[in-house]
Design a protein around this ligand. Structure first.
Ligand SMILES: C[S@@+](CC[C@H](N)C(=O)[O-])C[C@H]1O[C@@H](n2cnc3c(N)ncnc32)[C@H](O)[C@@H]1O
Length: 245
């Protein structure tokens, strides 16, 4: 469904340098999840951390087709500008709200009319930040059906990225579905033994992403105190990895 249209959205994103940082596998899983759940009374998608807008354009397209609201949130002004420009060039701004800030500031102001199908958490990947974001999801006026996470098993020597641990500690033995690329030590993904130039690598065995159909309450959270790390700017770490500076 929408194969050709989504290919066109990807093509425009690529041509304008706004391609999503996520794999095709991850994107397809997310998009299929939206299509599979389109008739259940849930409406809308929220993306936290839209960067240049590559994934936002696909999400915005699906939301436009289903007459759902789409919300893109980013702390970085250039990311907001880029996402707005890309959605505008694809005529996808009509049902989109682009919020400059964090999930916390979005949750304080947003009034969701229906429960969204999905919230994608792809902003700050540090352990405490992911735990905060997951708790913040529960302060939205309507709880999304599911949450997706990116950079799930990603590690960095100094910036404390540990999405997987935060997700497991927040949801306990609640089901977590792994999505996107499998990190098995083969393929193009850096490993601990072969890290990328900026030092990041993927834990093996590991996963690019995860999807959790949200429990109505967070009941079994076990939060681990994290070692104090040399605090590099998270944004500069992300931007270095994305090759933007
Ligand atoms: C890995 S990129 C997101 C990639 C994007 N989802 C895609 O598919 O192309 C992470 C983004 O999160 C943003 N970010 C970092 N911390 C954030 C926070 N606390 N709240 C919102 N956005 C944040 C960064 O500015 C950056 O644009």
């Amino acid at each position: 469904m929408f194969g050709e249209e989504l290919d066109r959205v990807r093509k425009v994103s690529k041509e304008t340098g706004c391609e999503s940082w996520t794999s095709l596998d991850y994107q397809n899983h997310i998009l299929n999840y939206l299509m599979e759940n389109r008739d259940r009374g849930f409406e809308g998608v929220i993306e936290i951390g839209c960067y240049k807008g590559g994934l936002s354009a696909m999400l915005g397209f699906i939301c436009q087709q289903f007459k759902w609201p789409f919300f893109a949130v980013d702390i970085d002004e250039n990311s907001i500008l880029s996402t707005r420009r890309l959605l505008s060039s694809l005529m996808l701004l009509e049902n989109a709200t682009i919020h400059h800030g964090t999930l916390a500031s979005f949750a304080r102001t947003a009034v969701l009319k229906q429960r969204p199908v999905l919230i994608i958490l792809d902003g700050d990947h540090r352990y405490e930040a992911v735990v905060d974001d997951i708790q913040m999801v529960y302060s939205l006026n309507k709880l999304p059906l599911a949450a997706a996470f990116h950079d799930y098993s990603l590690r960095h020597p100094s910036s404390g990225e540990k999405v997987d641990q935060a997700v497991k500690n927040c949801f306990g033995d609640w089901p977590i579905q792994h999505i996107g690329a499998l990190m098995d030590g083969t393929g193009p993904y850096p490993t601990r033994e072969r890290p990328a130039e900026d030092g990041h690598w993927w834990d093996v065995p590991g996963y690019e992403g995860a999807l959790v159909q949200l429990p109505s309450k967070l009941t079994n959270m076990v939060i681990e105190p994290q070692p104090v790390l040399q605090r590099k700017s998270l944004l500069s770490s992300i931007l270095r990895r994305l090759g933007a500076n």
